[in-house]
Design a protein around this ligand. Sequence first.
Ligand SMILES: Nc1ncnc2c1ncn2[C@@H]1O[C@H](COP(=O)(O)OP(=O)(O)OP(=O)(O)O)[C@@H](O)[C@H]1O
Length: 244
Amino acid sequence: MIDLINVNKSYNEFAVLKNINLSVKKGETLAIIGASGSGKSTLLKLMIGLQRPTSGEIWIKQQEISKLDEMQLDKIRLTMGMVFQYSALFDSMTVAENIGFGLTEHSDLSTAEIDKIVDEKLALVGLEKFKEYMPNELSGGMKKRVSLARAIAFEPEIILYDEPSSGLDPIMAGKIDKLIKYTQQQMGVTSVVVTHDMDSAYYIADRIAMIYNGEIIALGNAQIIKNSDDERVQEFISGGRIIR
Ligand SMILES: Nc1ncnc2c1ncn2[C@@H]1O[C@H](COP(=O)(O)OP(=O)(O)OP(=O)(O)O)[C@@H](O)[C@H]1O
């Protein structure tokens, strides 16, 4: 579904990602972990064509996207949802308008049909009562949930999440995790989730990839990551609390 082949990304002379080879299978949830600045968000941006690789190939559903123009990329993006780190809602639109925006712009659905979908997705994220609110009237966590509702409204085949539960209280973070699992189990969505939260990664992901200085240094299910004999992995997953 998503295949990165020998991908390198540099900003000016600085190599952020080095020779990344990674495949995400249809219906799989892959978590990407790694220290701040290790290149996780850049990896997500490459997958949705917001950044282009310096070299290498990025395949989304049998199409190599790294050399497509913006119009061709837009077509691919219509099959993908993205939940950004900072919600990225349209400030001048209500919650309902934000969630329905993609459908209004890119589908032939009637206003009533879109409204029904908006209601369904708002119920999924527990924000039924906030339909007519403006983003600036919501807390950070609520904005994140609206952003998630917007991403799933379109029923995309792929959803990319950039730290979906950061800044949320544990109960809300748990709810977001359950929703991510729901999109996989009920909608068959293929997901890539950047997270700092190891409990979340173990819960939601089929496999976890750890990036260290722009390279993938570990890849596998929770058991493989937990049992890794790489000190850098152990240090990260224990939150630096390893006793040497
Ligand atoms: N547009 C850009 N121009 C120049 N440098 C960039 C750009 N975007 C990211 N970088 C650099 O690339 C490196 C990786 O950034 P990236 O945002 O991918 O890291 P990250 O692992 O997602 O970090 P965090 O966990 O803090 O969000 C950083 O050193 C950052 O300064």
